[in-house]
Design a protein around this ligand. Structure first.
Ligand SMILES: [Zn+2]
Length: 130
């Protein structure tokens, strides 16, 4: 059992929810079904290391909402941007890194395909020469 932070953006509060798996799927109906104990709106999974900003730190809550909308969660100790103004650069870095990983993966897959094709040619050549 994990005790994981969920947030209510209406009350600007975080709540610990007892959970079986980690991380909970963002699209799983049980996650979506969790309601805020104070206003009954839907709670959003915040990430294991989430620390809620003070209720009146509106810019911080806006920052969190922005990041969450882009799919970011506080799931690693390397924290996200500190301020609202740092969000665009942060997201750009994440996207650049994702694009880089995507290119690397494509390159690796292409190399693997070439290797397999070469292996196949060798086998066929051997078979032809028999
Ligand atoms: Zn609430």
């Amino acid at each position: 059992m994990h005790s994981l932070p969920f947030v209510c953006f209406v009350c600007r509060k975080s709540f610990k929810v007892e959970w079986n798996d980690f991380p909970p799927s963002k699209n799983c109906p049980e996650v979506l079904g969790r309601r805020c104990p104070e206003c009954a709106r839907q709670l959003v999974y915040a990430g294991r290391y989430f620390k809620a900003p003070p209720k009146n730190a509106l810019k911080q809550w806006r920052k969190v909402a922005l990041l969450f909308r882009r799919g970011w969660r506080a799931d690693s100790l390397s924290s996200g941007p500190k301020t609202l103004c740092e969000v665009p650069a942060f997201l750009q870095r994440i996207e650049a890194r994702a694009a880089e990983i995507c290119r690397e993966t494509k390159r690796r897959e292409a190399a693997e395909r070439r290797r397999l094709a070469e292996r196949l040619r060798v086998v066929q050549r051997r078979r032809d020469s028999k």
